[in-house]
Design a protein around this ligand. Structure first.
Ligand code: CUA
Length: 336
């Protein structure tokens, strides 16, 4: 191809590439995990701080670029009208001090809003990070709740919820961008975060601190419900699920060692290594946000979880027949 044609082709593809990159970047500004689409007061303040910093950065960049052009194209004898000492003192000292004096208190104010004091009757949820899933325990609060769940955080709309954040192994970080900022979960330490949702909805959260092989697949969903719906959900989650002796899936679940790592309240399963499965059928996903809950996906998870989520601590149940895996999966899916 002649050189001229190559250049014309490149000239056309460059704007297309730029538009493509811009569309991809803008697509990240919304969705269930976007900090720029806040759905609660703490996230709203963070988004505002982000926009203040963005527009300040644009203004400062424009100013610096104008000065650069001035230095490059103005005649040297005219440029000498600006004293170098004054330029360094104003541009290099006074101006940064002014900018940082405005941004620092703004940032500290936004940060302290994330663990503000809450009234004693506030709902408290204990979230413990494990490699690579989330233990979610509801204890006490206005309705004296007492049950465990995993990988899903249900909250009532329009009221603050206090999260007590801990880690069972390494450092993780709790990040629910549409409701609040990040907070680290450090072994041996207890951190606190206050979240609040303005509207009902489903928001995606993600571990935000590298914590090992399956870090990228350590997600969760937060579901904000109207208060009466939330308490109906909580009442259902408190209910034990006694297993019927005729249920083949429940029998296989007990026989094949699942009960050593998982709990199903009402069943003999009392393990604490893995997620509590008492109401796993009511959850939107399995594997910490990995796959939608369905008998087929649970059976797939039983046979190939280490391929779906490399590093996952659960053994693959390849030695079971597909029929047995489906029986266990149907039993688990029935635990709503
Ligand atoms: Cu847990 Cu990254």
């Amino acid at each position: 191809m002649p050189m001229g044609q190559v250049m014309v082709k490149n000239n056309r593809s460059l704007p297309c590439l730029c538009v493509g990159i811009l569309v991809l970047l803008l697509a990240g500004c919304q969705g269930p995990q976007s900090a720029l689409e806040p759905s609660g007061p703490a996230a709203g303040e963070i988004a505002l701080l982000w926009w203040v910093m963005f527009y300040s950065a644009v203004a400062i960049f424009t100013l610096v670029f104008a000065l650069l052009m001035y230095a490059a194209f103005r005649k040297p004898e005219k440029r000498r009208q600006i004293s170098p000492i004054k330029f360094v003192v104003v541009g290099g000292l006074a101006f940064p001090i002014l900018v940082l004096s405005i941004l620092l208190p703004l940032g500290i104010g936004v940060g302290s809003g994330m663990d503000r004091l809450t009234p004693p009757e506030t709902l408290t949820v204990h979230v413990t990070a494990h490699q690579w899933w989330w233990e979610v325990a509801y204890k006490g609060g206005p309705n004296d709740l007492d049950f465990n769940s995993a990988n899903e955080l249900y909250i009532p709309v329009g009221q603050p919820v206090e999260l007590i954040l801990e880690s069972a192994d390494v450092i993780h970080s709790f990040w629910l961008p549409r409701l609040a900022g990040k907070r680290d979960m450090i072994p041996g330490m207890t951190n606190r975060l206050v979240i609040e949702a303005d509207e009902p909805g489903i928001f995606r959260g993600q571990c935000a601190e590298f914590c090992g092989l399956a870090h990228a697949k350590m997600a969760f969903y937060a579901v904000a419900l109207e208060p009466e719906e939330f308490f109906r959900w909580a009442e259902n989650q408190s209910r034990p699920q006694p297993a019927s002796l005729e249920d083949e899936g429940a029998r296989l679940f007990a026989q094949n060692g699942c009960a050593l790592c998982h709990t199903v309240r009402g069943h003999q399963a009392r393990g604490r290594e893995g997620p509590d499965l008492t109401h796993v059928g009511s959850r939107k996903t399995i594997g910490a946000g990995l796959l939608p809950t369905s008998p087929e996906n649970i059976a797939l998870w039983l046979s190939r979880n280490d391929k779906l989520k490399p590093g996952n601590r659960m053994p693959d149940y390849v030695h079971l027949s597909q029929e047995d895996r489906l029986s266990i999966a149907r039993y688990l899916e029935s635990l709503e």
